[in-house]
Design a protein around this ligand. Structure first.
Ligand SMILES: [Fe+2]
Length: 163
């Protein structure tokens, strides 16, 4: 079940489960351990190549998938009864208010669970999988939509980054 992430592409975005299987078949052993019904979820996967001090996700405390109106987050329109799950291959690990997640374990959370990204300590490859209940947002239904992720951004600390 150890995957060489350097051999994978950047991931998927807003994908239904069948597209995940089609675009990333190497991940099937991980997806088989998913503790809920795959078909009820929208899938986002990001593979990062990281250098020390780079963050693969938002470094400050935030919530995922809060509805926005004119760019403003409307927390009162979130649905915390619907689940999201995340899975991360290894460091750097996401920190929730009650602690760090463990690598290679599915973590159930909801739209109001605050968390933040942490920085890489070393040169590494990292995979992030997030499954979002379709009631929060559905897979993209635009005809011909490209579910393969072509880019993965990183976040930098302005004082300490290196390359
Ligand atoms: Fe997040």
């Amino acid at each position: 079940m150890d995957i060489d992430w350097s051999k994978q592409h950047c991931g998927v975005k807003k994908a239904p489960f069948n597209e995940v299987i089609k675009l990333m078949p190497d991940l099937i052993p991980i997806l088989e351990s998913f503790p809920d019904d795959h078909l009820n979820f929208t899938w986002d996967i990001k593979v990062h190549m990281l250098m020390p001090r780079q963050y693969p996700c938002i470094p400050h405390w935030h919530c995922d998938n809060i509805p926005r109106e004119n760019g403003i987050q409307r927390f009162e329109k979130s649905n915390p009864e619907f689940p999201m799950y995340l899975w991360i291959s290894g460091a750097p690990l996401t920190q929730f208010r009650n602690g760090y997640i463990q690598p290679k374990k599915w973590v159930k959370f909801n739209q109001l669970d605050e968390h933040r990204g942490t920085a890489a300590d070393d040169f590494c490859w990292r995979c992030f999988i997030r499954a979002t209940d379709k009631n929060i947002y559905a897979p993209c239904d635009i005809p011909g939509y490209d579910f393969q992720r072509r880019h993965s951004q990183v976040y930098l600390d302005e004082d300490t980054y290196q390359w």
